[in-house]
Design a protein around this ligand. Structure first.
Ligand code: NOJ
Length: 754
């Protein structure tokens, strides 16, 4: 009784009771004693918005299922009114009144949208990333949501894969730091009403989809998994993530959702994960398509026996598990285990104390799309842009003369936020054209022309829009208009590249260069002889080889969220200095993919940066091996100079440590941030090791002319790897310790470990 009273008071204050494990266990055991097998299976059933609501109406079949206790959770429903109505059915009409868990794909913001995750990672600013997740959680929780399907921690090496946009790029160390930051940001310790549960996905190896084609198989050695692909997932688990989503792909030729080794032995056994495991959308059904189950009953039994708790959308558990228990295909204990985990998640979220904890209508006004949240999104977005080229100080632009803004991304509202933003409200976001006019405030004349379509292929443009349409017009007419505008201007700013939905789920591309009509228009604009600035909108690394040779300035602006347009202007006109650094290698040609800096050495390597072809060597006839822009790369409006790295001692004991120090100087005339990077290479080991691996970074702020010593602790952990027996070991010997501004421009010192 006292607990209930206390809970009521805390609920009024917007907080809830911390979940003590003992009280939770007792509460859940008591509840489960009252539950029928059917009701327990009902808790494992997760349904999507599409089946639940049409407009404002709740589907009667679904409300019947909720009342019958057949539904454990719902997702991607927006609005406290609908969510409250659903929750009321569960609480008031179902026999035991168990509240629903309410999820959503809150991937990079709720209504205030932050840059896409790939862009966020390019900030190399874990505090900013944590803050973005914190704000997303505050907004989502103010609108009925208590569970987000984020972070995505899939390492992605292949830019053809559209979902590279949803992760943190190609590096396991950086990816681990970012995934952990997001978990901290979303969840905190669950005690407050504005914390929500995170869901780590897509476990595992989803980003290794063969040929970069979404939903393809992924196959690799376990040594590779442990060293390269699993670390970010593990880091999220160590950060306390409350739930995990399995991936669509097979792992060791077994669908992840039915893979006991992955779900139970590694995740729970080795890493100690004790939260809830949910499938991806219809993954249980898809086990049949993978050819490893006869039918839905077989697939569902396999998933449950592998350790999967909740079934997203397949209706396999609710449809078949009761019978499977009777048949002895699955045990009642396995159902109990899964049910307990779902109930624990609800308990930790405080839903048993107050099922309407996340349905406070007053919070909507107070917490969502506030000036403060938008200001944070604008600041963070500006940190994610990567300046790739800037000849003769073309950027920042002066607010004077005539500026021509041209391109299909220049005047679109819906595309600014990027892919995967279920709750977004694009009508409230600015287009780049609007923000530029505002930023210029009449000091310079702004001219505008769309100039071209996204691509000449109407069908392809439509397929890549998914509700975020760009106006289509006649390319010849639009080009003529754009050239007329360009000729009157002093400088041309091009907003070109991909639409938001040409990236993300189911948006693989086999050609990564600027699409046809955009490339043709850009070439014509360059021919005018006016300085051209390319703002490259992209959700992946794209091929900018021609642009690098011909355009004066290039800035990759990704998809920067609801405040993207303002943030772009902040950097374009020099109110802020660009400081993003690539977390993915940008190729010279699509055929280089998958392209990543931390590869193993071939037995027939060519030297890094080799410009010509060598017969019988590990290279191409027609393109260099190295990327156009390497991992870690990004320019600034100032310049930095790096000294040689120095070690506090040339040798280190296996369990000891040394310090590596490098002097970095801001040699330009602007104060700016720099990301100082530390890489290592294990020279000789029992297995082949990457040619370099990021092991540390520090974002520092240097005033113009200032220099600073930056020190990294070299710890045994940094030098360890998983050997062929999957043991995490440090093997004594020589290591290269490298520091510099990116993965290419590094200076090295040798460290010997005894
Ligand atoms: C499928 C996607 O793969 C996953 O990332 C997402 O969270 C679910 N659908 C739910 O929308």
């Amino acid at each position: 009784m006292r607990r209930i009273l206390l809970a009521a008071v805390l609920a009024m204050l917007g907080t809830s009771l911390p979940a003590s494990d003992k009280t939770m266990d007792g509460f859940i055991s008591g509840l489960m004693r009252k539950m029928t097998l059917r009701e327990k299976i009902g808790q494992l059933n997760l349904l999507p918005a599409g089946e639940i609501v049409t407009g404002a109406e709740i589907n009667t079949e679904v409300s019947g299922s909720i009342a019958a206790g057949d539904v454990g959770g719902v997702f991607n429903v927006k609005g406290t009114d609908k969510i409250r109505a659903l929750q009321e059915i569960a609480v008031r009409k179902s026999r035991l009144g168990i509240p629903l868990i309410v999820g959503m794909d809150v991937i990079h913001g709720y209504e205030t949208i932050f840059p896409i995750p790939l862009a966020l990672s390019c900030s190399w600013d874990t505090a900013a990333v944590e803050r973005s997740a914190r704000i997303a959680a505050r907004e989502a929780s103010a609108d009925g949501i208590c569970w987000t399907f984020s972070p995505m921690a899939d390492i992605a090496l292949d830019a053809r894969w559209g979902r590279i946009s949803e992760g943190n790029g190609e590096d396991p160390y950086l990816g681990s730091r970012m995934a952990a930051a997001m978990v901290r940001g979303y969840q905190g310790d669950y005690s407050r009403a504005d914390n929500i549960m995170a869901c780590l996905k897509h476990y595992a190896m989803y980003g290794a989809a063969e040929a970069g084609r979404d939903y393809s198989m992924a196959d690799m050695s376990r040594v590779r998994m442990y060293n390269q692909y699993l670390p970010p997932y593990k880091a999220a688990v160590e950060a306390g993530v409350g739930s995990v989503m399995s991936s669509f792909n097979v792992v060791d030729c077994i669908p992840a959702t039915a893979n006991k080794w992955l779900m139970t032995d590694v995740l729970r056994g080795e890493w100690g994960f004790d939260g809830m495991l949910v499938t991806d959308y219809e993954s249980i059904k898809e086990i049949i398509k993978h050819g490893t189950a006869e039918d839905l009953a077989d697939a569902s039994a396999q998933a449950l026996n592998a350790g999967t708790d909740m079934d997203m959308c397949s209706r396999g558990y609710i449809g078949t598990l009761e019978q499977s228990v009777l048949d002895g295909r699955v045990s009642a204990e396995a159902v109990d285990r899964a049910c307990r985990r779902v109930l624990e998640a609800k308990y930790r979220l405080g839903l048993f104390d107050n099922p309407y904890k996340y349905c406070d209508p007053k919070r909507r006004k107070k917490d969502i799309f506030t000036a403060e949240n938008r200001a944070a999104a604008r600041d963070i977005a500006a940190e994610t842009f990567v300046l790739l080229k800037n000849d003769n100080g073309t950027l920042p632009l002066k607010k004077e003369g005539r500026i021509a803004l041209i391109g299909p991304l220049a005047d679109t509202r819906s595309n600014m936020a990027g892919t995967w933003c279920v709750a977004y409200t694009p009508e409230r976001y600015s287009t780049l054209r609007e923000s530029m006019a505002q930023a210029l405030g009449g000091k310079a004349e702004l001219l505008y022309a769309q100039g071209c379509n996204i691509t000449a292929d109407e069908r392809q443009q439509k397929d890549g829009e998914f509700g975020k349409a760009i106006k289509r017009g006649d390319d010849a007419l639009m080009k003529a208009e754009a050239l007329a505008v360009a000729r009157q201007a002093d400088v041309i700013v091009c907003a070109m590249g991909e639409t938001a939905e040409m990236t993300g789920e189911s948006s693989s591309r086999a050609k990564l260069a600027m699409p046809d009509v955009q490339a043709a228009l850009l070439a014509e604009l360059v021919k005018t002889g006016k300085p051209v600035v390319l703002l490259n909108f992209s959700g992946r690394p794209t091929v900018l080889t021609w642009e690098q040779d011909n355009v004066q300035a290039i800035m990759n602006v990704w998809f920067g969220g609801s405040e993207a347009a303002h943030a772009i202007c902040d950097v374009l006109f020099g109110d802020k200095t660009p400081c993003g650094r690539l977390t993915v290698s940008m190729p010279r040609a699509t055929g280089q993919e998958p392209l990543y800096y931390n590869h193993l050495s071939s037995g027939r390597p060519v030297e890094e940066g080799a410009k010509r072809y060598y017969k019988f060597r590990n290279n191409y006839l027609d393109v260099r091996n190295d990327p156009l822009y390497p991992f870690g790369y990004g320019l600034s409006y100032t310049s930095f100079e790096y000294g040689e790295p120095r070690l506090s001692a040339a040798t280190m004991e296996r369990n000891g440590g040394v310090k590596a120090t490098v002097t970095v100087k801001n040699t330009g005339d602007r104060d700016a941030d720099e990301v100082v990077q530390l890489y290592i290479r294990d020279r000789v080991a029992s297995i082949s090791r990457p040619v370099k691996e990021l092991k540390g970074f520090q974002r520092i702020h240097l005033k113009a002319g200032e220099s600073r010593e930056v020190t990294f602790d070299i710890t045994p952990d940094m030098l360890k790897f998983y050997n062929s027996e999957l043991r995490h070991v440090l093997e004594p010997g020589d290591f290269s310790i490298m520091t510099g501004p990116d993965s290419r421009r590094l200076k090295t010192v040798k460290l010997t470990v005894r």
